[in-house]
Design a protein around this ligand. Structure first.
Ligand SMILES: Nc1nnc(SCC(=O)Nc2ccc(S(N)(=O)=O)cc2)s1
Ligand SMILES: [Zn+2]
Length: 244
């Protein structure tokens, strides 16, 4: 179809109606290969914190699923709300989760830089994973223990040998649709892959996310209480499912 990018009609996040999501047999299982040796550092971006990876080689990559070609792991981050009642970006049948993990990959083989890839509809591939309040997730605690080192905006701290694969749920079935970055610059460059199984986080762990500051060290401390975008009310989008 004619893809007119200046209509801004592929904005994310969205509310997906699972009954309308069609199983597409062409969709493959996700092929996720993360190597803990590529984890580099945790950075307070001001509106969230990013855990960044070394994407200078095809070591941690995402293949298959709805994708054509190999996408390199770049960073992951979270979105959360001011209370546990809100916080996710993607909504499923009207259900909101307290937080959402975004694992950002980019089409290294097609575009010379991440910034260039962000200007094309097939430039990025994001895995979205909902978080639900439950028992404490140990591998999340490693991240949370490091948040103390990056409280002010702009601070960064080494994070070595982080096992991102252990953060993923067992069931990798997903919904997928074409969408956008959910923060500035909102480019419509993301193939969204939203997992159907949520992962647990304890309320105490989630509270620690809100302790991060959106101001730099020498400014008055202001906590990042919430950083999730509202669902985009747009013409119905085609959401496909990897399973029936
Ligand atoms: N000219 C440009 N400015 N910024 C970029 S891309 C920077 C970046 O990584 N942005 C980004 C924004 C939102 C998301 S998200 N929440 O996963 O949709 C992921 C990534 S290209
Ligand atoms: Zn995000």
């Amino acid at each position: 179809e004619v893809c007119c990018t200046n209509k801004n009609d592929h904005q994310s996040p969205i509310n997906s109606c699972t009954k309308k999501a069609r199983h597409d047999p062409i969709l493959k299982p996700l092929n996720i290969q993360y190597d803990s040796k590529t984890s580099k550092r945790i950075v307070n971006m001001g509106h969230c914190f990013n855990v960044e990876f070394d994407d200078t080689a095809d070591i941690s990559v995402l293949n298959d699923g709805p994708l054509t070609g190999k996408y390199r792991l770049r960073q992951f981050h979270f979105h959360w709300g001011s209370t546990d009642a809100d916080g996710s970006e993607h909504v499923i049948d009207g259900k909101v989760y307290p937080a959402e993990l975004h694992i950002v990959h980019w089409n290294f083989h097609r575009y010379p830089t991440f910034e260039e890839a962000a200007k094309h509809p097939d430039g990025l591939a994001d895995i979205g994973v909902h978080l639900k309040i439950g028992e404490k997730k140990t591998v999340l605690q490693t991240i949370i223990d490091n948040l103390g080192q990056v409280k002010p905006k702009g601070k960064e701290h080494m994070l070595i040998k982080y096992k991102l694969s252990s953060l993923l749920p067992k069931d990798l079935n997903y919904w997928t649709y074409t969408g956008s970055l959910t923060t500035e610059p909102y480019f419509e460059c993301v193939t969204w892959i939203v997992l159907q199984q949520a992962i647990p986080i304890s309320s105490a762990q989630l509270t620690q996310f809100r302790g991060l500051l959106c101001k730099a060290e020498n400014e008055k401390p202001v906590p990042i209480l919430e950083n999730h975008r509202r669902v985009q009310r747009l013409p119905d989008r085609v959401v496909r499912s990897s399973c029936t």
